[in-house]
Ligand binder design. Structure first.
Ligand code: PMT
Length: 418
């Protein structure tokens, strides 16, 4: 359940989508929050401050150099908000945030704050796909900013593509999710261990076998679990993401190192979540010092790595264990159900890694949560943080029911509705 009465800084920047921020103010104030709207100078060319003032019931701020009594240190006051939402966020504002610039009131407040920040980009699809914007978005995400990706559809310029501000209801949900976990403590007293990222199996000193996992899904799981009161350890394989505050992180590189770290740590944990993409193959002979000559490539052999999660499920371990299934295409969803059984898991999370907008590397995911004897739970495309919240809801239910999971039974099929 979300908190109400939170102080929310709503930053509105210079995009044609600025008018949609008015609806967001209405939803946020309707939910009982105190909304402090800050406009950038260019936002004022798209929408008048009177609209926001009327809807929020508070003076709208925009002038960095205003001298009124209550405005001298406005950026510091604004920085004391419980949450900041930038909607819409232009390419310019995203770039300045990534660079740490503070040439308007909104940017100054964002530099001064340590509250969670949600950024909702809106721009033309060519701008959204520009390498500079992609890099800036990655930089913000690495720093822990929650990105609400734009949607595909008709753009204001008459073109079609990805770049429309996310649906306001979805932004509202992200606000709810960012505020809600702070108020619930349903994992207090639980210890959760989560693997994240991509293992690397070395060929020689400079080459390796690996995959595209960034660690985002695992880190989102860690953030959500910590905010719900769990003591969380992440075993991170080659993740360049900003570390989650309050989460213990053990860095590993190979699948063997991941297995060894789990071996040491697993005992004290109630739940294991395997969101890492463990390389399925390693190279023999592996880790040859130096750089193997090109002409010797035929002497290399690929052999399967040990299946880490299965190895912990043999024997008497009844710790609640959740796997992820990275399948190529929705038509392969039943493979996830097979893995659930083969690996003797309590739960598995299917995601489709053939798509570029979800799965590997992206900010979002679309998942189906499967557990023996339970209805599948479909979570349509949303942030990895919200996916993590829904996975934790299911884990909590399993813990409440029987502490571990259940017998492996046949499952019903999910209806995607298309
Ligand atoms: O990190 P991101 O960029 O955010 O991307 C997230 C993700 C797509 C990597 C993640 O959501 C995901 O799907 N992780 C599991 C990837 C994977 O290895 O899937 P799999 O279907 O090959 O394996 C099934 C399960 O067995 C997984 O829980 C895996 O951790 C585990 N496994 C696999 C191989 C192996 N040798 N040992 C294992 O324990």
């Amino acid at each position: 359940m979300a908190l109400s009465g939170q102080k929310i800084l709503l930053g509105v920047t210079g995009s044609i989508a600025a008018y949609k921020a008015a609806e967001l103010v209405r939803l946020l104030t309707g939910a009982g929050h105190e909304v402090r709207v800050v406009m950038t100078p260019s936002a004022r060319k798209f929408i008048g401050e009177t609209t926001f003032q009327a809807l929020s019931g508070r003076r709208v701020l925009w002038d960095q150099f205003a001298t009124g009594e209550d405005q001298a240190f406005a950026h510091i006051e604004l920085a004391k908000s419980d949450l900041a939402v930038i909607a819409p966020a232009t390419a310019g504002t995203i770039g300045k945030m990534a660079a740490g610039l503070a040439d308007n009131l909104l940017l100054s407040a964002l530099l001064a704050t340590d509250c969670p920040v949600i950024v909702c980009p809106a721009m033309n699809s060519r701008m959204w796909n520009h390498p500079a914007v992609r890099e800036n978005v990655q930089t913000l995400a690495r720093r822990g900013v929650i990105m609400v990706s734009p949607e595909a559809g008709d753009l204001a310029c008459g073109e079609q593509g990805e770049g429309r501000l996310a649906d306001v209801q979805r932004i509202f949900q992200e606000v709810d999710a960012a505020l809600a976990p702070a108020s619930s403590n349903d994992f207090a007293g639980r210890r959760i261990i989560i693997t994240a990222g991509a293992t690397r199996e070395p060929i020689d000193s400079v080459r390796y076998v690996s995959n595209r996992s960034s660690g985002r899904m695992g880190f989102a799981m860690a953030r959500a679990a910590r905010r719900r009161g769990a003591r969380v350890t992440v075993i991170a394989a080659n993740c360049s993401l900003e570390r989650e505050p309050g989460v213990r992180c053990i860095d590993v590189s190979t699948s063997e190192e991941m297995r060894a770290a789990l071996n040491r740590e697993l005992d004290v944990n109630d739940v294991l979540i395997m969101s890492a993409a463990v390389a399925d193959y390693k190279v023999l002979p592996g880790g040859t010092p130096g750089k193997i000559e090109r002409k010797l490539k035929n002497d290399l052999k690929l052999v399967p790595t040990a299946d880490i999660v299965s190895s912990f499920r043999k024997g008497s371990d009844r710790r609640l264990t959740v796997g992820f299934a990275a399948e190529y295409g929705r038509e392969n969803m039943e493979r996830a159900r097979e893995k659930l059984k083969e690996k003797n898991l309590d739960m598995i999370v299917f995601n489709d890694v053939s798509r570029s907008d979800v799965g590997f590397e992206s900010e979002d995911n679309e998942i189906v949560i499967m557990a023996p004897g339970r209805e599948d739970v479909f979570v349509s495309k949303t942030s990895k943080f919200i996916c993590a919240e829904r996975i934790l809801d299911q884990i909590r239910e399993l813990l409440d029911v029987n502490g571990t999971g259940g017998a492996h039974e046949e499952q019903g099929k999910i209806n995607f509705g298309d």
